[in-house]
Structure formats: C-alpha cells, structure tokens
Design a binder for this molecule. Structure first.
Ligand code: AMP
Length: 605
C-alpha cells in the first residue's frame, strides 16, 4: 500500500509559498534535504495542492469534469489526473493563453487572475511564447536563488555585505490588448519585491542600481555594469549572469571599452554613450573622481591586453571567489572563452530552470561545468518524465530522433535513461512538454539528479537525417579544434538546412576572431561534414541526396546584429541564447549579407 501523507510532509510542501523569507542557509538546505528525501510523496502532495488551487478552471473542467475531488486521497487524485488530463504542448494551450492576453479574467487556467505574461525561449524556438507569470514565479525564483547560494557558500563562502558583479538586463515590457504586462521572466523578477529580498537575505548586493538593469539598452547597461563593477572591484565577491553568454559578451565589449571606462573612473564622469537620463543620473550619483583606482586598473589592462586578456576576471576583481552562470546546454560553446577570462577562478555552473518553472539545483558547486547535474526540487511543480529511446538506424522521415514510452512520475525514473521533462505548474500549465531532453545521472536523497542533454526539437534535417543542437555542437567543436593551430578562435556559430536548392545541404555560419588561412578553413568545413555521425546524414551524403556541407565565414559583429534583432523584438540579454539553427528570413538575410568567405566540403568526395 502507498504511504499516507504525513502532516509534516504537507507542511514541507506548503513551505514552498510561506515563511521562506525566514530561512537561514542551514534551514533552507535542511528543508531541501527533507523534501528530496520524500520526493515521491512530496510530488503527490504538490500535485494535490495545484489541483485544489485551480479546480474548476476552464481547462481542468474540460478534462476532469465535475468530479468531486475534495475527499479524494492524494494518490487517487494523482492517478485520476494523469489518466484524464492529456500531455500538452504550448500549441495546445495557446488558445487559452490568448484569451487571458485579451483580458478575459475568468478562471481559465488558474483561479487567481493572471496579470502578467512571460516570454519564453523565443531565441531557441524561433518564436516567442507567452507563459503565465504569477507571484509564485517570483517566490520560487527567490527560493531557488537562496537554496543555490546556500550550497555555494558551503564550498566558496562569500563575505557578508559584499557585492556581486551581475550582468543582468531587463527586456522591453509591453502590454497586451487586454492590458496584461508582458516581458521576460527575469525582467518581472528584477522588478519584484523578491529581488530586493534576495539581496537582503543573501547579504550580497548587486553593483548596479535598478536604473542600469532596467535601462532597456543592453549596450549602455553593459558599460555601466562594467564601470560600477570596477568602482567596487575590491568588494566584488563573485561575478554572474543568467547565461554564460552574458559574461562573455560583457568582457568582449570591455576589451574595446576599458580606456573610456578608466577615464570615467579617473574623472568621476560618465561617457556620452550613456544617453538614458535615468541611468546617467543613477550612475553619476555613485561616481566620484578616483585617479588612483583608474591608474591601477589602466596598468592591469595594459598587461592584460598583451596576454590577450587571459585571466582578466581575477586580475581585475582580486577578491572574487568564483564565476557563476548557466554553462551547460547551448552555453557550452562559450565555456572556453569563459575559462580564458576566468583563469584559475572556479566556474560554478548555475541551476536548471525555465520561464515555465524552476527545475533543479546544482548541489555540488565544485563539480566542473561539464559534469554538473541538477537535483529536482519536488515542491516547485509536479514533474513527469517521458522516456525517450533513440532510433539511430531509422530510415523513415520522422519528425524526431526518439521513440517515446508512457510518462512516469518522478519516483519511477531510472538512472541512465533519457527523458523529456513534462510540467504541471502552479501557474496554470498542465502536463506541459518543456521540450528539454535530460538524463537521470543519479539521485540526491530521493530526488533525481538530471544531466541537461539538449532541446528535443531537431534543428538540422533535410530528408532522413536528424540532428539536434547537441549533435551540431559536437560537430562544430570538432571542426573548430583545427583553429587551435592558429591564433584565431570561434566567436559564435549558427546553421541552416537549405532545402530550397537541390540537393539540400547544411550551411554552418562561423564568426571568427583573428586571421585564418583559407586552407585551414577548408579543412574545418570538411571535418565538420565528416563528423555528423547520424546514420541518415551519412547515408544521404554518400548517395548525394544531401549535398556537401557549406561553411560561411561571416564578418566580425554579425552575431551582435543578430542579438540586436532579438532584443528589438523584446528578448532580454539576460535570457538570450544564440539560435543554433535558423530559417528566420531576417536572420538569414543578415547572415548572407555578412558572409565574406564560403567553403564547400570535400568529404564524401
Ligand atoms: P527560457 O525559455 O528563456 O526561460 O529558457 C529556458 C530553457 O533554457 C530551458 O528549457 C533549457 O532548454 C535552457 N536551460 C535553462 N537552464 C539550463 C541549464 N542549467 N543548462 C542548460 N540549459 C538550460
């Protein structure tokens, strides 16, 4: 017989929403260890709570009807829910979310009216999706940050009252026709009470005032983040951004901006680049002339410039204990550059979450980013896992490389198995496919530790070939290794499956920093073509039903233009992920206009 819920477990689940502000580091870790220990039961109770809170909404009524749930046992309710409510994708919920966006405040997905919507993964999916955002979203973000900070401080303690150099940015916010606020989830969070509470509770303060974070122009914000980060350089305890791309782009800009920044530090002035009045005022209020600091930084920068900025972070921020950011998944290609800037400083890979829900915490901050796993937090959402099996030898034109089995609850996942994550959230998403592929690497107490594998969606496919973002990443890694013999490095990349011209073929776009001989680039192109191991691709290349891979070298600054394009459309730098494959016409126009050299693979000769 299944264990009955214990009253203390119920209070563990409820702590999700209450009293978290009173947690000290020790308490929050003990709380997590308790819920992780009882993860299966906590999940059942979390689902019960979600259904109780939202029973009678249009969506749940559609699937559950008027069943009396009040007196049901939590286990029976879980079985009923998973047998009657179907697995859904964003497209299945779009109609409901659209009604909410139009200003319909009846209980559609949640009993509490939704007043705010978040934009999710526009940059990975090509199209931005609306997802409901509630107070619960900010509260779990706060809880997540405090939990992660508690684990980090066990290994890398930071000084109370210190500063964090945070490369964080709000997106443009706008209103829907029905008057709902729309922005990225991080934007809503930075504007929330919880963001202030986090600083108070973790006793670490961000270097930049809110006017810099929410300025709405990421170039101006980056300048001010760097400037203030240096003004407070002795107090900075760690350096962070949501995704590793944020830190890398900031320091790439610093290589060009440092003289101007030093001038501002010396004279207590602010560059005319900063045109946003509120940002100017907030930063000028902090600045005062500091010639001795400016000289110190200038000297260090001159030395750093000679060594191609190796170890920039510890040299300029001598008291920083670590660099903290998401370094897994689509951020892995930036790891090399991040290591270059970080020198000996530990890199701590940040936690696993999405606009839809936080998922897992890194409980082992000292593990290298390549090995990091995320322990699922069983109170944040109700998690299900769709087992995925690879079908490598398949010749049919499937949409996807995987065969699915029936979803299993968190308590039934198996080590070594790959799954797609499915979420039921407090914000009105029911059995919602997140689109991420994870592998269960082990358990932390009773909760699974996940390896992030990739986005599930195929990105490169012409006919029977199937390649995911991860496949492309590995291929680009192989190809770019040939650049090691040169002084050049790969700055960024994306791809496109050209099916207009026959035979169709893959195009990979590279932006390179430094000079490379054409001969070597030709070899890189050949190496990448030969490195796709997908059987469908190999067979098609041999039969020439897929043409030779094309490598296009784009001029410096092309990927900056792509970033600008997304930011213009409402994305935030904080959540930006370079699309690794695109069919977007505007992007292709930018990429093709900026292409300066083209190579065609000679593999499969
Ligand atoms: P967004 O929709 O902008 O909130 O992005 C969420 C997506 O970013 C997730 O579904 C993942 O694909 C990816 N992501 C988030 N956290 C991580 C992580 N720690 N490692 C790898 N990918 C992540």
């Amino acid at each position: 017989m299944e264990p009955q819920p214990k009253p203390e477990s119920q209070s563990l689940v409820c702590n999700n929403n209450h009293n978290i502000n009173g947690f000290e580091d020790y308490d929050i870790i003990r709380w997590f260890e308790d819920v992780a220990e009882n993860a299966g039961l906590v999940q059942t109770l979390t689902l019960e709570l979600i259904i109780q809170q939202n029973f009678g909404t249009e969506y749940l009524r559609r699937w559950l009807g008027d069943i009396e749930i009040q007196d049901m046992e939590p286990n029976a309710l879980e079985s009923l829910y998973t047998s009657l409510v179907p697995i859904a994708s964003h497209a299945d919920l779009e109609l409901y979310i659209h009604k909410i966006a139009e200003g319909n405040s009846s209980p559609i997905l949640t009993q509490q009216p939704i007043t705010t919507l978040s934009l999710s993964s526009g940059t990975t999916e090509g199209r931005q999706k609306y997802v409901p955002f509630t107070r619960h979203s900010s509260q779990t973000t706060l809880q997540m940050f405090r939990l992660a900070a508690a684990y980090r401080s066990r290994v890398y303690p930071v000084r109370e009252g210190g500063r964090i150099l945070e490369f964080i940015y709000s997106s443009k916010q706008f209103q829907t026709k029905g008057g709902l606020k729309v922005g990225t989830a991080t934007t809503h969070y930075y504007a929330s009470e919880e963001f202030k509470i986090k600083q108070m509770k973790t006793k670490s303060f961000t270097c930049s005032p809110k006017e810099v974070i929410s300025g709405g122009d990421y170039k101006q914000s980056t300048y001010c983040h760097l400037l203030l980060g240096l003004v407070y350089s002795d107090q900075v305890e760690f350096i962070t951004s949501t995704f590793a791309f944020g830190i890398v782009q900031a320091f790439i800009s610093f290589e060009d901006l440092w003289r101007e920044i030093c001038k501002d530090i010396r004279e207590g002035t602010l560059s005319s680049r900063i045109t946003i009045e509120s940002m100017r005022k907030a930063v000028l209020d902090i600045l005062s002339p500091n010639p001795s600091l400016a000289i110190k930084i200038e000297e260090k920068c001159k030395e750093l410039e000679m060594s191609n900025w190796f170890s920039l972070i510890p040299k300029l921020w001598p008291n920083a204990k670590y660099v903290y950011s998401i370094m897994t998944g689509s951020m892995q290609p930036y790891l090399r550059k991040l290591r270059h800037y970080s020198g000996d400083l530990p890199l701590v890979s940040a936690d696993y979450g999405s606009t839809e829900s936080w998922i897992g915490v890194n409980v082992d901050p000292s593990s290298p980013p390549e090995n990091v796993t995320f322990a699922v937090i069983p109170t944040f959402s109700y998690f299900e896992f769709v087992p995925l099996y690879r079908q490598n030898q398949d010749f049919t034109s499937a949409v996807d490389d995987f065969i699915e089995a029936d979803p299993v609850p968190l308590s039934q996942v198996k080590i070594g198995q790959e799954y797609e994550v499915v979420l039921t959230t407090f914000t009105g998403l029911y059995r919602y496919r997140l689109g991420d592929v994870v592998e269960v690497a082990g358990f932390y107490k009773g909760t699974p530790k996940l390896n992030f594998i990739c986005r599930r969606k195929l990105i490169l496919t012409v006919n029977i070939d199937k390649n995911t973002e991860k496949d492309l990443q590995l291929v680009v890694e192989r190809g770019s290794q040939l650049l090691n013999q040169t002084r050049a490095e790969l700055a960024d990349f994306t791809s496109h499956a050209d099916v207009v011209n026959q035979p169709g073929h893959y195009i990979i776009y590279w932006e390179i920093k430094g000079e490379v001989e054409e001969r070597i680039l030709g070899e890189c192109c050949r190496e990448m073509d030969a490195s796709f191991v997908d059987h469908g691709y190999v067979v098609s290349r041999r039969m020439n039903t897929i043409g030779p891979l094309e490598l296009c070298i784009v001029e410096r600054g092309t990927f900056r233009k792509i970033l600008d394009y997304f930011v213009e459309k409402g994305a935030a730098l904080s959540q930006f992920k370079t699309p690794r494959c695109t069919s977007n016409e505007v992007l292709l126009r930018i990429l093709n206009a900026c292409t300066i050299k083209r190579f065609h693979s000679t593999a499969y000769g």
